[in-house]
Design a protein around this ligand. Structure first.
Ligand SMILES: [Mg+2]
Length: 225
C-alpha cells in the first residue's frame, strides 16, 4: 500500500536539539546571573555540566556550586525559565527542503513529546505549523501519553481516515520512537545524522525502524519502497 500520510518527530529530526539546549542555557544565564552571583561563568559551567554525568541536574548543581540560600527553589525557577524561553533554533536545511517537497503530496503531521510550553515555543520560532495538516503534542494529553504510547499515532490515522500501512513516522530516537507505530503497522524511518543526540541509541524489541536514512534528502525513496 502506498504511503499517503507522513508524520514527523520534532527534536533532532527537524532541527538540531543541541541548539535548543544552548539557547536555553544562554537565556537562563542572562536571567539569573545577578541572583546567583556565581564565582564562575554561568553559561560555560552549564555547558560543562551538560556534558558530564550530572547532565540531568544541571541547574541543581549550579545552585549548589554557587551556594545560594535555597538551591532547590531557585533551581526549579531556572528549569521553568529554561522550558519557557524563546528558543534560537532553525530547521535543518534538509528538513526544510523535505517539508516543502512533501507538501501537497502527502498528508503531513507532527507528533512530538516534551513539555507543551517548550514544544509550542519551538514551533512558534520555527514557524512550521502551516506545514502540517495536524500537530499532536502528546503532552497536551498528559505525560502518560508521551511515546511510546500509541495515542498520537491512532489520532493521525483517525484524522486522515487512513489505515496503518498508509502511514509513515520519521524520527531520530530508536529507544522510544518506533515501538508504537511499528506495533500499529506503520512504516518507520529513522534519520541518523552524525552527531545527533540519539545517534548511539539502540532499539528495544519491536522498536527497530523499517528504514534508516542519513538525511531527509532521500526520504521519498524509502517512502516509495
Ligand atoms: Mg527526536
Amino acid at each position: 500500500m502506498p504511503i499517503r500520510a507522513v508524520a514527523f518527530d520534532l527534536d533532532d529530526t527537524l532541527y538540531p536539539e543541541h541548539a535548543y539546549v544552548e539557547s536555553g542555557f544562554a537565556a537562563v544565564a542572562r536571567a539569573f546571573a545577578d541572583r546567583l552571583a556565581a564565582p564562575f561563568d554561568l553559561l560555560d559551567r552549564m555547558k560543562a555540566l551538560a556534558a558530564s554525568p550530572d547532565r540531568g541536574r544541571v541547574f541543581n548543581m549550579i545552585c549548589a556550586e554557587a551556594r545560594v540560600a535555597e538551591p532547590d527553589a531557585l533551581a526549579a525557577e531556572m528549569v521553568d525559565a529554561y522550558r519557557r524561553h524563546v528558543p534560537n533554533i532553525t530547521l535543518f536545511p534538509d528538513a526544510a527542503a523535505a517539508l516543502a517537497r512533501l507538501h501537497g503530496r502527502y498528508r503531513l503531521a507532527l507528533i512530538s513529546d516534551g513539555y507543551a510550553v517548550s514544544q509550542n515555543a519551538k514551533l512558534d520560532t520555527l514557524g512550521i505549523r502551516p506545514a502540517f495538516d495536524a500537530v499532536y503534542l502528546t503532552d497536551d494529553w498528559g505525560r502518560q501519553f508521551w511515546k511510546p504510547h500509541p495515542r498520537a499515532f491512532e489520532a493521525v490515522m483517525q484524522r486522515f481516515a487512513l489505515p496503518a500501512p498508509a502511514c509513515a513516522y520519521v524520527s531520530d530516537n530508536p529507544a522510544k520512537d518506533f515501538v508504537a507505530p511499528n506495533a500499529l503497522g506503520w512504516r518507520t524511518v529513522r534519520v541518523l545524522r552524525p552527531g545527533g543526540v540519539y545517534a548511539d541509541a539502540t532499539a528495544p524489541p519491536g522498536g527497530e525502524p523499517s528504514a534508516t536514512v542519513p538525511s531527509l534528502d532521500v526520504l521519498e525513496a524509502v517512502l516509495a519502497g
